[in-house]
Design a protein around this ligand. Structure first.
Ligand SMILES: Cc1ncc(COP(=O)(O)O)c(C=O)c1O
Length: 410
């Protein structure tokens, strides 16, 4: 039986010197209290080892970034080569230009790039540019969608002012009628519509965009309409190497990437179309580390590796293998599950499990068996997962479904 005593002792220490211990999505209390790790010692490929020495096959990929797996040799080699030359300089390295050129070639809707560190940087940058370009104020977003920690959108408004959130309107994802109505009612003041490529909200089943919604967006966000901002921070490069907008046939004027872009190195990008380049020049967007060269080297290597024939296909294949295996197992136990979203970043819930108790039982057992899922956040696969890892995972999920059946019956 695995225990987590070192993790728990460290978490107790953390709470004394760090507000909340571990804030945000990494708070271990969002996993299974007392039955899950709180700290990680090391990671390699598709596996990590917690501070109590337990090994796991990982299905969270550091909440998205590790698309090629931990310590990918080509990415690490590129980062190390740059590290030897230096990282943080007075002026950018040539990679500043090379990475922008690479992205502009890769992403069909992009003519330029601005770089930051986190997804929030890229999204906040896009919002500034949409406002600068249109001279308007309002941003429309889907209800419940996470766009980062900017005061205008953080899901926890503590510490923000009413003014900072005053110009944000919301509509239910996929509800094109409400979106069109909001744009019409506020036409004189809508700067942009920001969406994620599909709904991947915390503690919800994922939801793909309907054709009606996509068609509506295409008509709404044209040359005279609001700026369409694609927040591809979480899903970027997990559906299509040209970005998720390309996968769904959308042409956003602004796109935001981070997470998978640097395979774990801190980097994000706001990409835009030619007509918004002037607005991109007028906003103030900078940071002490925005030009750091090592993450840029890592990002270039990551994108090149992901762009090699067959890499993204492999991610889809192993994702499908996991999905089909788990669906079959759930059925064999008579358990009703929903397996939603793209197979490269899926989520599974149990029917009528509103408090996620079944999912917690499932995950707690999976941790015992050496597989790491999250009970209420979507999962991520990496190109480092091989067929054998999925087979090993399915042995664990069999035990995890069995535990749910034994505890809840159905
Ligand atoms: C869709 C989306 N946008 C923005 C962000 C913010 O990114 P970061 O946490 O890197 O600031 C996230 C993070 O999960 C995200 O999922």
């Amino acid at each position: 039986m695995r225990t987590f005593s070192r993790s728990q002792a460290l978490f107790e220490r953390a709470k004394k010197v760090l507000p909340g211990g571990i804030p945000g999505h990494q708070d271990p209390r969002l996993l299974v209290r007392g039955q899950s790790p709180c700290f990680i010692d090391r990671a390699e490929g598709c596996r990590f080892w917690d501070v109590d020495g337990h090994e796991y096959i990982d299905y969270m990929c550091a909440y998205g970034p590790m698309i090629l797996g931990y310590s990918h040799p080509r990415v690490e080699e590129a980062a190390q080569r740059q590290r030897q030359k230096g990282d943080c300089f007075n002026l950018p390295s040539p990679l500043w230009v090379e990475l922008a050129e690479y992205l502009v070639n890769l992403i069909p809707s992009a003519d330029w790039a601005l770089f930051g560190k986190n997804g929030s940087d890229a999204v906040n940058c896009a919002v500034l540019i949409a406002r600068a370009y249109t001279g308007k104020n309002k941003i429309i977003k889907a209800e419940g969608t996470y766009h980062g920690i900017g005061p205008w959108c953080t899901p926890n408004p503590t510490g923000t002012t009413e003014g900072e959130r005053a110009n944000v309107l919301t509509f239910p994802f996929n509800d094109i009628r409400t979106l069109v109505r909001l744009v019409e009612e506020n036409r004189s003041d809508v700067a942009g519509v920001i969406i994620t490529p599909f709904k991947h909200e915390f503690a919800h089943d994922q939801e793909m965009p309907s054709e009606t919604f996509l068609n509506g967006l295409r008509q709404l966000c044209n040359a005279d309409g609001p700026v369409l901002i694609m927040d591809d921070v979480r899903a970027g490069f997990r559906l299509h190497m040209g970005g998720s907008a390309e996968y769904f046939g959308l042409k956003p004027q602004l796109s935001c990437f981070s997470k998978a872009m640097g395979n774990g190195y801190p980097i994000s990008a706001c990409l835009g179309t030619r007509e918004l380049m002037k607005a991109g020049k007028t906003i103030f967007f900078t940071g002490s580390f925005f030009t750091s060269a090592v993450p840029m080297a890592a990002a270039l290597a990551t994108l090149m590796e992901m762009n090699r024939p067959g890499v993204l296909d492999h991610l889809f294949q192993i994702g499908e293998m996991l999905k089909q295996g788990m669906l079959k197992q759930a059925e064999s136990f008579g358990l009703k599950i929903k397996y939603t979203g793209p197979v490269t970043m899926p989520f599974m819930t149990f029917k009528d499990d509103h408090s996620f108790e079944k999912n917690k039982t499932f995950c707690a057992r999976a941790y015992q068996e050496g597989v790491f899922f999250h009970p209420s956040h979507n999962w991520f696969l990496s190109a480092a997962h091989r067929k054998e890892d999925i087979e090993e995972t399915l042995e664990a999920t069999y035990q995890a479904f069995k535990a749910v059946k034994e505890s809840f019956g159905s």
